[in-house]
Design a protein around this ligand. Sequence first.
Ligand code: HEM
Ligand code: HEM
Length: 179
Amino acid sequence: MSTLTDSPARYGLISRILHWGMAALFLAQFLSAAAHWALPRENGLRELLWSYHVNLGLTLFALVLLRGIWGLVNMHKRPAEPGVMGQAAQWGHALLYALMIVVPGVRILAALGSTRGLSYFGMELIPARATEIAWLQAPAEWHGEMGWILALVVLGHIAMAVGYHRVIRNDGTLERMAG
Ligand code: HEM
Ligand code: HEM
């Protein structure tokens, strides 16, 4: 049991599987968004990468909810850094969680007010409405922009974990998630 849950010295197996599994899935999601943004409409690679964007986005949304619950269950026994840097790291992680929920969240909200509905691997999640509800769709205007902000925050997070904690300070922070 102790290797499954977190402790002040290191993240447990479940947190690690969620962290690294979701990191790989986010990479695939940003690849699909980058292809959507950069390649012309009729390009085959763009079609291939875009074909999984909605299903993977919904999967990530479900996983971040699970991860958040697991984080709350483990809140008082997780590794924590004292001082200003520790507080900054906590705010950085909170920002990552907020964006991981809001970015797919605004698209799900839009589907609730849409005449097209929403399916997950062919299964109808949200039925199509007869008429659109504009206010439910408005926040989704910012879905792409917020998605790119999430990508930038992730890059900052990686720079802190690898550049600052591993290369500059070599303080064991990376190891408690990876080692
Ligand atoms: C965490 C999950 C997600 C991330 C990180 C993400 C990221 C992005 C990004 C960065 C773009 C902009 C691409 C461009 O500039 O051309 C985009 C576009 C789009 N995404 Fe997502 N997405 C996620 C989940 C979803 C979900 C769940 C849906 C549908 C239910 C969805 C539907 C779309 C659509 C229709 C577009 C094209 C229109 C637009 O830019 O808003 N995405 N996504
Ligand atoms: C190569 C990529 C990555 C590396 C090297 C990395 C490294 C780390 C490390 C070392 C920690 C522990 C920090 C601490 O104890 O203070 C951590 C935690 C965290 N990371 Fe990453 N990370 C990566 C990718 C990502 C991605 C893509 C996301 C989200 C989109 C993410 C979100 C988080 C969050 C929210 C935490 C806080 C702990 C938790 O609730 O899981 N990371 N990361």
